[in-house]
Design a protein around this ligand. Structure first.
Ligand SMILES: Cc1cc2nc3c(=O)[nH]c(=O)nc-3n(C[C@H](O)[C@H](O)[C@H](O)COP(=O)(O)OP(=O)(O)OC[C@H]3O[C@@H](n4cnc5c(N)ncnc54)[C@H](O)[C@@H]3O)c2cc1C
Length: 459
């Protein structure tokens, strides 16, 4: 970018424009997954929709690649690029709660930690991510799986509307009543359709939950998985839970002599009546001996940030994902075989349930098509040292190759996919893909928003 072009851009932006050589450039270009060491021509820290409009128009006029960043957590590094323009939404992160209507409006750069804090003040919450630093917008646009999915559906099932700057630089509102086709596509279609400056959500009364992790021996993992598969079918929907592999970190509730050992873990979140918690959680204590646990009443935001320390910014990430129809005996055997080799404390496989309220929304009612699957699996390779990239990436790939034939599904959750999974995008949407391609053609025919799990405009 010439200095004249940069000056021109700066003159239109109320936030900041950070270019190579500026103080803070290295910090501004960095994203959560340290594997992506890219050098954009400019990072535009937008503070309002007018900034977003100016940035998009500028990128188009100068034929620059355009990356959009909310919380910065994209594992494939979609929130940055080489030689292009980054629309950084971190300057638009206010969360406004309307307790009477039980709704909240979040800026396009807000994180779930900010969202949960703002709504918890009123004893309210909605389905969001389990790590507080993840962006509300990026997570929601792909679907949004969390502890409350069984009770209240995906994050998109609670989305009431969104303000979007389109590829031609127009601010429009998408909801059930305006730009309905765009609203349908935004609910699962990722960042393909525009830059979201704010999102409005339905909230629910969720205040103190009862939950936390229970650690079991790896030798009991098959029994725990069989129990999970069975319990998830009949447990009350206010129970959120997921299975994980976890090398025990040095925490007060882990026996000192077990720190560094691998366990399988069920993480629980009971959001129903507190007096029912013991009965609902009892089966987790019956399935196998619990070797360590940290289960009890806690504020919902506390559980939603409890694992932040395991996944600080700056790790190397490589992930793979699958939707799972049923956990077959062969699938469980493959999980145990590869789970046992979990290489580092940060790496894991999570198996999230997507039944309950999630399945009461039709598979074609939103762009998120896989409503008939029981689980979303993610093999999340996360490790500190770049020198270990090959070994850790291999663990993820081999684990995925072993479980995928048993998934009963071709697609995976787009927010958990790797950068080399571009070829799976169509499968990720299943029968909704063609409709998404038509909406893409209507709102972004030139594919300006291409740095994402990309949907090509229908021709
Ligand atoms: C540690 C960790 C924990 C996670 N936990 C969960 C979880 O519990 N549940 C779950 O469902 N997913 C989870 N994810 C996956 C997460 O949903 C995706 O990584 C998501 O893309 C992150 O959004 P972001 O805004 O933080 O990321 P970014 O990198 O900022 O954005 C990713 C992409 O989303 C789009 N996007 C972001 N903001 C906007 C915006 N304002 N307007 C338009 N497009 C936008 C863009 O295409 C962008 O490239 C997790 C990821 C990580 C790394």
């Amino acid at each position: 970018m010439t200095s004249t072009a940069t000056d021109n851009l700066r003159s239109q932006i109320r936030g900041s424009v950070i270019t190579p050589g500026d103080p803070g450039y290295d910090q501004a270009r960095s994203v959560y997954n340290a594997m992506h060491d890219r050098r954009p021509a400019a990072v535009v820290r937008c503070v309002d929709a007018a900034d977003v409009i100016a940035a998009i128009r500028f990128a188009r006029e100068h034929d620059l690649p355009l990356a959009v960043r909310g919380g910065g957590h994209s594992v494939p590094g979609f929130g940055t690029c080489d030689d292009g323009l980054v629309v950084d939404m971190s300057g638009i992160r206010n969360v406004h709660v309307d307790p009477a209507e039980r709704t909240a409006r979040a800026g396009g750069g807000a994180t779930w930690g900010e969202f949960d804090h703002a709504t918890h003040g009123f004893g309210l919450a909605t389905t969001g991510g389990i790590i507080s630093t993840t962006g509300v917008a990026g997570l929601t646009l792909g679907g949004g799986i969390g502890y409350l999915s069984r009770a209240f559906g995906l994050s998109i099932d609670n989305l009431l509307g969104a303000d979007v700057v389109t590829a031609e630089g127009r601010l429009i509102r998408a909801s059930d009543f305006q730009h309905e086709d765009l609203f349908w596509a935004l609910r699962g279609g990722g960042g393909n359709f525009g830059v979201v400056t704010s999102m409005e959500f339905q909230l629910h009364p969720v205040d103190t939950i009862v939950g936390g992790p229970l650690f079991y021996e790896v030798d009991d993992a098959a029994a725990v998985m069989e129990f999970y598969q069975e319990y998830v079918e009949r447990a009350p929907e206010e129970l959120g839970m997921f299975f994980a592999w976890q090398i025990a970190p040095p925490l007060p509730f882990i026996p000192e002599d077990r720190v560094g050992d691998l366990f399988c873990v069920m993480v629980t979140c009971w959001a129903g009546a507190p007096e029912e918690a013991d009965a609902v959680l009892k089966p987790f204590y019956d399935v196998a001996p619990v070797k360590a646990q940290h289960v009890g009443p806690m504020p919902y935001p506390a559980l939603n940030s409890a694992f932040d320390g395991l996944v600080p910014a700056g790790l190397q990430h490589y992930w793979k994902a699958d939707f799972v129809r049923d956990l077959t005996a062969d699938a469980i055997a493959a999980h145990v075989d590869h789970g046992k080799r979990t290489p580092v404390v940060n790496s894991t496989m999570h198996l999230y349930p997507i039944n309950g309220a999630t399945q009461r929304v039709g598979p074609e009612d939103t762009a998120f098509g896989h409503r008939d699957k029981k689980f979303a699996a993610v093999i999340a390779g996360m490790w500190p040292d770049r020198a270990d990239n090959e070994a850790n990436t291999a663990w993820v790939k081999e684990y995925y190759e072993a479980i995928h034939p048993h998934s009963g599904s071709e697609g995976g959750y787009i927010n958990f996919m790797a950068g080399d999974d571009g070829g799976r995008v169509e499968a990720n949407y299943g029968r909704n893909y063609q409709r998404l391609a038509r909406v893409k053609a209507a709102y972004d025919p030139d594919n300006v928003f291409a740095l994402n799990q990309n949907i090509l405009p229908a021709r």
